[in-house]
Design a protein. Structure first.
Length: 307
């Protein structure tokens, strides 16, 4: 039974009048009659009892009506959802990222996403370390990929996309630079360069004030951008934690990246506004997760321009 024939049957089951059914579906009464006779021949039973004065469903017809009505609603809902999703995947999607390695991933995912949804423009934005959520709150971004945790009542975080080992950036002449690894206790032996304008819970995790044994970690100058952090470290003003993958992007002769032996890894995940769960956002998140699983991201630093 074709979809149009199902629609004719269900309309007649509701109207119980061939003329009104034909008018409702913009077909002739003869077309309605032909469709019902075809269905009855295929099923091998009468679906309607017709007299000169009335049209009534038979018990078999009523049972078929109940079964088909639920199925047709599912089909219509699925078609409507697909149409809405297709309509949503146009326009612009603005994605922020907090680091070059996050940018490489979203850039690779943007290429895949654009091939699937050519009518959707992806704009990639390199975010400063300080206040990474400001543009989300201003409505200037739809989604960001950045270091976790971010726990704000008006924002939704997750899913986590990838996890990286933690490392310490130190001046190349510092004694720690000659070590194969460092521990969290070593943070008490050098000033820490931290970023400004971050939530306290974020600072406590990434830039702690005390070691696990309670030793005070001295504070060095603060910074608002990653290149500023590297310049301060190179100048001998302190050390700063990061992820180990940063060495692949920011290798330079005056600094060293030393892995931690006991620090928790750095989690990177998505952040969006509480009202920003659109079809475009969901589709892009899934594309990024797919790209991360298949390892398609390049180690090259991404541009902060439209993809």
């Amino acid at each position: 039974m074709e979809l149009r024939e199902i629609e004719i049957f269900l309309a007649l089951a509701e109207e119980l009048h061939f003329g009104r059914t034909a008018e409702r579906l913009h077909v002739t009464p003869a077309r309605v009659s032909q469709a019902i006779k075809k269905q009855e021949r295929a099923i091998g039973a009468e679906l309607f009892r017709r007299t000169s004065r009335s049209v009534q469903l038979t018990p078999i017809g009523a049972e078929l009506r109940d079964g088909l009505a639920a199925g047709l609603r599912q089909i219509q809902d699925a078609l409507a959802a697909a149409a809405e999703a297709g309509k949503a995947l146009t326009g612009e999607l603005r994605i922020g990222y907090s680091s070059a390695w996050c940018g490489s991933l979203v850039l690779a995912a943007a290429d895949t996403f654009r091939s699937r949804h050519p009518q959707c423009l992806i704009e990639l934005v390199d975010l400063q370390l300080a206040d990474p959520v400001k543009r989300l709150r201003q409505g200037l971004l739809d989604l960001t990929l950045l270091e976790m945790p971010i726990d704000e009542p008006d924002l939704v975080s997750g899913p986590v996309v990838f996890v990286e080992p933690r490392a310490l950036v130190v001046p190349v002449a510092h004694p720690l630079a000659r070590r194969e690894s460092v521990s969290l206790e070593d943070l008490a032996d050098a000033p820490m360069i931290a970023v400004t304008d971050q939530p306290s819970y974020f600072i406590d995790l990434h830039y702690p004030r005390r070691t696990p044994r309670g030793r005070l970690i001295p504070r060095g100058p603060s910074a608002i951008a990653w290149q500023e952090v590297l310049a301060l470290v190179a100048a001998g003003k302190g050390v700063s934690p990061t992820c180990l993958r940063a060495a692949n992007y920011y290798s330079r002769p005056d600094i060293a990246f030393v892995p931690f032996s006991d620090a928790p890894p750095v989690e990177y995940g998505f952040l969006r506004s509480a009202t920003g769960n659109t079809a475009k956002v969901r589709a892009f998140v899934e594309t990024v997760l797919e790209t991360a699983r298949t390892g398609e991201a390049s180690e090259a630093a991404p541009p902060g321009t439209s993809a």
